[in-house]
Design a binder for this molecule. Structure first.
Ligand code: 5HY
Length: 245
């Protein structure tokens, strides 16, 4: 099977890290290709960034449908464009926030989330509520490191590790979810340091997609996630016109 992992931001060095983490966990019969869209924000840290990342995501899904992709991961903790992507894709689409929260819920009574900037905490809380984890998600904490600084700040690992340790103590939680795809390669080190399970959404989402495809399961076409209606789009979005009107 072929799983396409879409990093919605356009920073290819981060896409390479994401691809490495996804490839590390799949089985021998699964190929993983990670991409950044040709258009979009360098990183996603606001509602504005997130909104402008969605056309690029949908463009990559459309390409994947032509290439016979079996399932998709949206590798951004805001799970941007998830519902639209599920309408467009024939195979399952899993976001890293939804996947990580589900995985963490199997590991104890409550989990904490440690994300990047404080301004994204509300979005993470909305997602936890939306996915049914209002009770299990004990707290959401920002380490105040910008997404792209994760790659360059020499103190990033130490800062994130201490934020995870504090989160577990303050929240009384049993596990931690890393709230950024750019943290994917840190989870094992942090878990060893703080002594609780630390979940990376990239690997969790990739394995959920692999499992769904193996089970022959895909997004239901009945009702809300039916294919998009034939529609004309104009201007910069002209290429997104669907079906014959
Ligand atoms: C992410 N932004 O996973 C999110 C993290 C965040 O560019 N990739 C990004 O801060 O919401």
């Amino acid at each position: 099977m072929l799983i396409k992992v879409i990093n919605p931001n356009t920073t290819w060095s981060m896409t390479a890290t994401i691809e490495q983490c996804a490839r590390a966990v799949v089985g021998p019969g699964t190929r993983v290709e990670a991409v950044s869209p040709s258009m979009g924000p360098a990183s996603i840290e606001s509602h504005y960034d997130e909104a402008l990342s969605v056309p690029g995501i949908l463009d990559e899904i459309a390409k994947g449908e032509k290439d016979g992709v079996d399932g998709y991961v949206i590798a951004c903790f805001g799970d941007p464009g998830m519902d639209a992507a599920r309408e467009l894709a024939s195979g399952p689409v899993v976001g890293i926030a939804e996947a990580a929260m589900h995985a963490a819920s199997f590991l104890g009574r409550g989990f904490s989330v440690v994300t990047t900037l404080g301004r994204t905490v509300g979005r993470a809380q909305d997602l936890a509520d939306h996915y049914g984890f209002a009770r299990a998600c004990r707290g959401i904490h920002a380490c105040e490191i910008a997404v792209l600084d994760l790659e360059t700040d020499p103190d990033a690992l130490k800062i994130i590790t201490e934020a995870c340790r504090t989160a577990v103590e303050v929240d009384g939680s049993d596990a931690v979810v890393l709230g950024c795809a750019g943290m994917a390669d840190l989870c094992r080190h942090i878990s060893d340091e703080i002594g609780v399970p630390v979940v990376d959404g990239v690997s969790a989402a990739t394995l959920f997609v692999q499992s769904l495809v193996t089970l022959g399961l895909r997004t239901s076409r009945r009702g809300e996630f039916a294919q998009p209606l034939p529609k004309t789009y104009t201007g910069l979005l002209a290429g997104f016109t669907t079906g014959e009107e």
